[in-house]
Design a binder for this molecule. Structure first.
Ligand SMILES: [Zn+2]
Length: 226
């Protein structure tokens, strides 16, 4: 992110100096399996890239924030590493190689959602900029990996009297997942954000009294007016 200047970089580095070990391990295994050159788009100051390099993976990074790349080189120098880094925007990549694998940090679950529905509340409409939100709730224990940076928007959701902690992508603003105090075992993941398109159909509609009048739902869905 070119918006990451020196101050942001310093803050980011202090705030998030190390990637979660299980996430690094996950990418390392995938990278060894891919058996070739690996690319990390939006590598930032190298919290994933550097541990992967240290474990012998041929990983290169790209980011369009000079300050982040400089910080990455500084961290690397402490370990006598010399990472291959490109200052480019991911919207216009022009790299000299083809890569066996590229990874952008994300969240991965290994089970079906325990609840999956749509919500028509004002918050969901604003969050998505659309007519409703799609919420797929999973047991938190089924989260296999959660990597990468999110920015948190926390607030009290008065109509349902619970606290919400929403995590969105600091680059594009998309809400990715959230935690709700009323569901302490669950993580909500935005239904439109899955890389796989085989998420089961939603089964209920909540805050249905605020549903757009033009929207008709399947007759077998459960309807909750509030
Ligand atoms: Zn809602």
């Amino acid at each position: 992110m070119s918006a990451y200047g020196p101050l942001c970089t310093e803050f980011y580095d202090n705030d998030k100096p190390f990637a979660p070990a299980d996430a690094v391990e996950y990418y390392a295994q995938r990278a060894f399996g891919a058996g070739g050159r690996v690319l990390e788009p939006m590598c930032g100051s190298g919290r994933f890239l550097l541990p992967l390099l240290r474990s012998g993976i041929e990983v290169e990074g790209v980011d369009d924030a000079s300050a982040m790349l400089e910080a990455c080189r500084r961290h690397a120098a402490k370990d006598k590493l010399n990472p291959v880094l490109y200052k480019q925007s991911i919207e216009a990549l022009a790299l000299p190689w083809r890569y066996q694998m590229a990874f952008v940090p994300s969240i991965t679950v290994n089970a079906l959602p325990t609840m999956h529905g749509i919500c028509h509340c004002t918050n969901c409409k604003r969050r998505t900029g659309s007519a409703f939100g799609i919420s797929a709730y999973f047991d938190r224990a089924t989260v296999v990996s959660r990597t990468g940076e999110t920015t948190v928007y926390a607030f009290h959701h008065a109509p349902q009297n619970h606290d919400q902690e929403r995590h969105f992508c600091p680059k594009c603003g998309t809400t990715l997942f959230w935690y709700v105090s009323a569901l302490p075992e669950a993580i909500g993941i935005a239904g439109g954000c899955f890389a796989d398109d085989n998420l089961p159909n939603p089964t209920y509609s909540v805050t249905d009294k605020k549903r757009e009048t033009w929207l008709t739902l399947p007759s077998n869905w459960k309807i909750y007016p509030d």
